[in-house]
Design a protein around this ligand. Structure first.
Ligand SMILES: CC(C)(COP(=O)(O)OP(=O)(O)OC[C@H]1O[C@@H](n2cnc3c(N)ncnc32)[C@H](O)[C@@H]1OP(=O)(O)O)[C@@H](O)C(=O)NCCC(=O)NCCS
Length: 215
């Protein structure tokens, strides 16, 4: 279930992506602290949330009752969201420590599913029988049409349009405004450039761009 007003959350990452997420959470009345491995010594804040430790401190923060969300996303480091999930699991973070966040302005079909750790930004539409799996990140105004599947840790940047029955593989990254034709599969860890029009399957790990998208 999405974190709600009054919840206590720790957000992973103190970069600008995490700043966006923290800003949305704070607007919604959520109490947020941030964790990051690169935070400078001394008091430091991101989007108004204090940075209170390294990523590994998520285990202790969860033990203190904070729900964990990750704002980390990077097109140059495919799979980073899942790598951090695995690292924290090895340190003892329980799967139920992860929350999910669905902004109140998003429309999610009651027949769609949203996995743990998934983040759904404002204006997103998730249609009937679509699936957004654990730790996926769906940015502003993206549309996930009927029966589309977004697998674990995949990142859909702002304004992506997935037609019906599209499958986006685990840890794939779709740049701003990419459009994917109905029934097409974007393979795991593939990178689709901003503005691309994807008309045929993209192999796992491939980088494609342009109209129509090519490697
Ligand atoms: C496709 C992408 C991964 C390529 O990155 P890159 O390897 O660093 O490529 P470069 O910027 O060096 O550009 C290489 C060439 O591809 C072109 N190019 C770059 N991105 C392109 C795109 N999305 N569509 C079409 N052409 C593109 C460049 O103009 C350049 O062309 P040239 O060789 O004729 O001058 C990147 O441009 C991209 O689209 N990333 C997603 C960005 C995004 O959505 N960020 C969201 C942040 S919230």
């Amino acid at each position: 279930m999405s974190v709600a007003a009054g919840a206590r959350v720790c957000v992973l990452g103190a970069g600008r992506g995490s700043a966006e997420l923290i800003d949305l959470l704070a607007d919604g009345g959520v109490d947020v602290v941030a964790l990051d491995d690169q935070h400078p010594a001394g008091p430091h804040a991101v989007a108004g949330a204090p940075v209170v430790g390294a990523l590994s401190a998520a285990v202790a923060e969860a033990a203190k009752g904070r729900t964990v969300l990750s704002g980390i996303a990077n097109s140059r480091s495919m799979g980073i969201r899942l790598a951090i999930v695995d690292k924290l699991a090895a340190l003892g973070l329980r799967p139920d420590a992860w929350g999910s966040f669905v902004h109140e302005s998003a429309r999610v079909s009651r027949r769609a599913s949203i996995g743990k750790g998934a983040i759904i930004y404002p204006g997103v539409q998730i249609a009937v029988d679509a699936r957004v799996d654990e730790h996926a990140l769906v940015y502003f105004n993206t549309v996930v049409h009927h029966d589309a599947v977004v697998e674990r840790g995949a990142i859909l940047c702002a304004g992506v349009l997935l037609a019906g029955h599209v499958k986006v593989g685990a840890a794939a990254y779709l740049g701003v405004g990419a459009v994917v034709r109905d029934g097409v599969t974007v393979g795991a860890r593939a990178l689709v450039g901003m503005g691309a029009v994807v008309t045929s399957d993209v192999p796992a790990g491939a980088v494609v761009k342009g109209v129509p998208a090519r490697g």
